[in-house]
Design a protein around this ligand. Structure first.
Ligand code: SF4
Ligand code: SF4
Ligand code: SF4
Length: 241
């Protein structure tokens, strides 16, 4: 798929965020779990996990509502982030939140039903002017973490959704599923580091080139490095088992 198409899809997803907000909401999942209900957001997180089996973290480039704004905010702060440190915060947030969901289901007596429209009866998340307060608060938190921390700062530090994609990716690797990855031809690389400068996920792409593929679970398959490489070292390919 052309990069332009990717950007168009990402912006459409952002424009639809007032409609889809609840389907990405960590709160809706917990509220549903407390009543033994599998809510729409929990279903979406399950879909993310399954998509990770083959498509890795492409969701973060094509589907996530925060994909497009986070990319453009690098015009404000393009600093590479410390991925390892921020990962600790992200997984701590995820661990606490997911434990609350599991505990809530246990206290509710297990799964008692599935309701994709739980807390979204009209099908539209922001269907009342007051709900715009929640919407703008979410946007503000994502905006501030991205602008203050650097390239895709919110993705690295507070995203509660990316662990589902990473888990799917990891399971796909263990089960030898065909997976989309950035593949490299090491012998053509001239170590110019242009790929590093355009990677929105602050990956040291050049160092990973020698391994024959970008193995990092932070790679979102955006294709920026592929387009920038002057020697055509990199390609996004699916590896067949
Ligand atoms: S890391 Fe999270 S916020 Fe960032 S693009 Fe992926 S799913 Fe969206
Ligand atoms: S390694 Fe390449 S494809 Fe992966 S996130 Fe970085 S620039 Fe995008
Ligand atoms: S842009 Fe291409 S040639 Fe330059 S370091 Fe990266 S992979 Fe190597």
């Amino acid at each position: 798929m052309k990069r332009k198409t990717r950007k168009i899809l990402a912006w459409i997803s952002f424009l639809l965020f007032p409609v889809t907000l609840n389907f990405f909401s960590p709160y809706v999942s917990v509220d549903g779990a407390m009543q033994g209900i599998v809510s729409g957001s929990l279903i979406v997180f399950g879909i993310m996990l399954v998509s990770g089996l083959v498509f890795g973290r492409a969701w973060c480039s094509y589907v996530c509502p925060w994909a497009a704004p986070s990319e453009y905010l690098s015009l404000v702060n393009a600093k590479a982030v410390n991925r390892k440190k921020l990962r600790i915060i992200r997984y701590a947030i995820f661990g606490i939140w997911f434990s609350v969901i599991v505990l809530s289901f246990i206290l509710a007596g297990g799964i008692r039903g599935i309701d994709p429209l739980h807390l979204t009866e009209s099908g539209i998340s922001v269907d009342d002017p007051m709900k715009f307060i929640t919407y703008y608060m979410v946007i503000l938190i994502l905006f501030l973490t991205t602008v203050l921390l650097g390239r895709r700062g919110a993705c690295h530090s507070i995203c509660w959704m990316s662990p589902f994609l990473v888990l799917g990716m990891w399971i796909g690797e263990k089960l030898h599923f065909p997976q989309f990855k950035v593949r490299s031809e090491q012998e053509k690389c001239i170590s110019c580091q242009k790929c590093n400068s355009v990677c929105p996920m602050s990956i040291d792409v050049q160092s990973e080139v020698s391994a024959g593929k970008i193995a990092s679970h932070d790679c979102i398959l955006c294709g920026n490095c592929v387009d920038t490489c002057p020697r055509k070292v990199l390609k996004i390919k699916i590896r067949r088992p």
